[in-house]
Design a protein around this ligand. Structure first.
Ligand SMILES: Cc1cc2nc3c(=O)[nH]c(=O)nc-3n(C[C@H](O)[C@H](O)[C@H](O)COP(=O)(O)O)c2cc1C
Length: 366
């Protein structure tokens, strides 16, 4: 099976093709420091046979806090705790990449000490019901630098690489998307200018970590809103990134305004046909690019995962919810299990509001 063949992303040597997609756990402490609970969760994923772990999204700048108890990396204070985390994963035999994020308009003022969220333009956000404040030139450069500095910290803390969160309607996606970027300056006005924020973020990261360190991105193949990023535009964004030297692209899609059936974390994936809901997009990425492609979204069965790899629709299989209920799904798949126990009910997301990420189906089984 191709699923259990090794794969390399620059210096990362994966024993198989299974990636744990970034999953916010709400398990850092109140100030965003690593906890033993979080370390244990990652060790269980390593023991379960995951080839590469991507952490939950980590905060690069205080103005971008999208959730409480998320991992933080916006200050050197955090390096020590993060070192503990990477050492534990490495000692257990695993590999770990940290996802860097700024929430932009998708942040509640409550998480920002009452301040207004910031964004490329003042486009109303329907979840928190706020109109963000437009970023100034100076602030934009400060945020770009914050991604670079956070990448430097990630390298110092021993991570095997970083992933830029460029999907799901967060700040990088907001700059890329004509739906949220209404600027008419260096940062917006046409496709090339909307790419500048990501380009400068990428360059700042490379200035800080060099070219030998794996730098990846999670990207929306489509925003699924009128006036948002389309597949055609997203392929051109990916091509630009490939030319810049990006090491892998994870294909996802959707923002908060997308219809529920078009969002990144879809429900009721109860047949093979509904699985891998971004597959047709990753197929196009594979056809048009040479860079390694990860596919995420609704992959539940071993045979679908294997088929994706066999048909060359992606190089890597990325999973979030299935690894919440079964951190050892890779080992189970290796032993012949076919279907993940995850029923895509999103109970994990609802429970998170109360405490931390946990599969509510698992609770019912007890
Ligand atoms: C509880 C939870 C937290 C998530 N946190 C993140 C995150 O921090 N960063 C991110 O890029 N995606 C995040 N996602 C989205 C997943 O990475 C993934 O794209 C989505 O759940 C679809 O994959 P799945 O069907 O395997 O769950 C999260 C999803 C869930 C369920």
């Amino acid at each position: 099976m191709k699923l259990f063949t090794p794969f390399e992303i620059k210096t990362i040597k994966m024993p198989n093709r299974i990636v744990r997609s970034a999953t916010y756990e709400k398990m850092a402490d109140e100030d965003g420091f690593v906890t033993d609970k979080l370390i244990n969760l990652y060790i269980n994923l390593v023991k379960g046979g995951v080839g590469l772990i991507i952490t939950g999204n980590a905060l690069v700048h205080l103005s971008g806090r999208s959730a409480p108890k998320m991992l933080c990396i916006h200050n050197d204070f955090y390096i020590e705790g993060l070192k503990k985390l990477t050492s534990a994963v490495h000692e257990a035999g695993g590999r770990i990449v940290i996802q860097l994020n700024h929430g932009g308009r998708q942040c509640a003022p409550l998480f920002l000490g009452g301040d207004k969220p910031v964004a490329p333009s003042e486009v109303y956000e329907p979840i928190y019901k706020v109109k963000p404040r437009e970023l100034t030139q100076e602030e934009i450069w400060e945020l770009i630098e914050s991604f670079g500095k956070s990448a430097r910290r990630a390298k110092e803390a021993g991570f095997d690489g970083i992933q830029i969160h460029g999907a799901h309607g967060y700040l990088v996606n907001q700059f890329l998307s004509p739906y949220t970027n209404k600027r008419n300056d260096y940062w917006g006005g046409d496709e090339e200018r909307r790419f500048h924020f990501l380009e400068e973020v990428y360059n700042s990261i490379r200035d800080n970590v060099g070219y030998d360190f794996p730098v990846m991105i999670k990207l929306n193949a489509c925003d699924f809103v009128e006036g948002g990023v389309t597949l055609e535009e997203s392929l051109r964004i990916a091509k630009r990134l490939e030319n810049l030297g990006i090491d892998a692209i994870e294909v996802s899609g959707g923002i908060v305004e997308s219809k529920p059936e078009k969002r990144p974390v879809r429900m009721k994936i109860d047949s093979p046909e509904k699985e891998a809901y971004f597959r047709e997009f990753s197929r196009e990425f594979k056809k048009n690019l040479k860079v390694p492609i990860m596919l995420v979204g609704g992959i539940r069965s071993r045979s679908v995962a294997e088929d994706i790899l066999q048909k060359n629709d992606a190089d890597l299989i990325s999973l979030s919810r299935p690894l919440i209920i079964e951190p050892d799904l890779p080992k189970k798949w290796m032993k012949g299990k076919e279907l993940s126990d995850c029923i895509s009910c999103n109970g994990c997301m609802r429970f998170m509001k109360l405490e931390y990420v946990k599969c509510t189906q698992l609770e019912k089984k007890k």
